[in-house]
Design a protein. Structure first.
Length: 188
């Protein structure tokens, strides 16, 4: 396990070191969920065109419940594992670019888990309507990479968040389909 942790730290130092001060503002913008609102509204519009208001509302509620679950589970893991963020890790904090700092724990990334859960959930709905729905996965890749760039997460935190998010998104998609079939059979 120690070898994996050291490789994770080395990969962080490399990836974080690719950044430069002139792009810091862009990555600070990317890392804020609120700045993605136009993208989210566009996705909801595309969904609305295919499924209508009633199902869009069901999708929105499902995503809200899923994000709440994912976020709370992530916080439970973070507080149990208590891995320091790169910006607070005494072994590397002086050799990485710290663009932003947080005192909370690092493992695993809530940004990666939540964005991947939402993307997986929406993708599983949209793939039957849109040929290029897989491009939605660019969102969690860019969004979560911002955490490495800023010095807030190790790559292992991001990968674990992706994995948990994909499982949560898939699981909630199954629950959504069961509920939809039971309560909205006319939509089948």
């Amino acid at each position: 396990m120690e070898k994996i942790i050291q490789l994770d730290k080395q990969l962080l130092v490399f990836l974080n070191g690719l950044g430069s001060e002139q792009y810091d503002g862009l990555w600070l913008l990317i890392t804020k969920q609120l700045h993605w609102t136009p993208f989210f509204l566009f996705i909801f519009y595309l969904l609305y065109k295919k499924v209508g208001w009633k199902h869009l509302l069901l999708i929105a509620v499902s995503i809200a419940v899923m994000i709440t679950f994912t976020d709370q589970f992530t916080n439970l893991v973070k507080n149990s594992v208590q891995r320091l963020r790169p910006c607070n890790d005494i072994e590397i904090k002086d050799i990485i670019r710290i663009v932003q700092s947080r005192s909370s724990f690092s493992y695993f990334s809530g940004h990666a888990a939540n964005s991947t859960a939402a993307t997986t959930f929406v993708f599983l709905i949209m793939r039957k309507y849109y040929k290029y729905a897989f491009l939605l996965f660019l969102f969690p890749l860019i969004f979560a990479y911002s955490r490495i760039y800023l010095g807030l997460h190790f790559p292992g935190d991001i990968l674990s968040g992706y994995l948990f998010g994909a499982v949560a998104g898939f699981g909630f998609s199954k629950l959504y389909n069961i509920f939809r079939k039971k309560h909205f059979p006319e939509s089948l």
